[in-house]
Design a binder for this molecule. Sequence first.
Ligand code: VGL
Ligand code: ZN
Length: 192
Amino acid sequence: MQAKDALVVVDVQNDFCPGGSLAVTDGDKVVPVLNRYIARFKAGNLPIVATRDWHPEKTSHFKAHGGVWPAHCVQGTRGAEFHPDLRLPSDAVIVAKGMGADEDSYSGFQGLSDRGVKLADLLRSLGVERIFVGGLATDYCVKHTVLDGLREGFKVVLLEDAIRGVDLKPGDSERAIAEMAQAGAEKRQGAY
Ligand code: VGL
Ligand code: ZN
């Protein structure tokens, strides 16, 4: 961890945790691990971004309207809130995505801060060159955020101990990790 690094926490929301409408197996297990990374980045005065899936009630992302997913992370609901044990500092930047009625937006790079700034612009304005990514889900939003981060020119460290996947098909998460590594992401376990 050094200057020009930032932490990006992806979609650690109730609906992706046990009991939620699109629960990822052991999704909540990423919380204590991410809390340690958050504390480290905070202590180093480095930027912390948290993305959130932030859907309208009606969206083609949901099964009921032609998509593949049960309704989840609907704006303003408990399911859309961050996991209650996630210790985000008050100055963490929240990036919301998936607000359109006609988009999946799996990538945090398709999202906007509450001031309407795109994630890539936000990171560049802070002088960030490398992002450390963890959260949910490995095979969807983590994967797309990592791949877009690389495409946007950032170095990316995948926090392998701080991710869990949906695995609609067995092996999806492993394949996603291989794809991210192949694209240039550096995998790390217990980075700090
Ligand atoms: C996600 C499926 C649908 C994710 C979001 O955060 O990985 N997965 N919407
Ligand atoms: Zn979603």
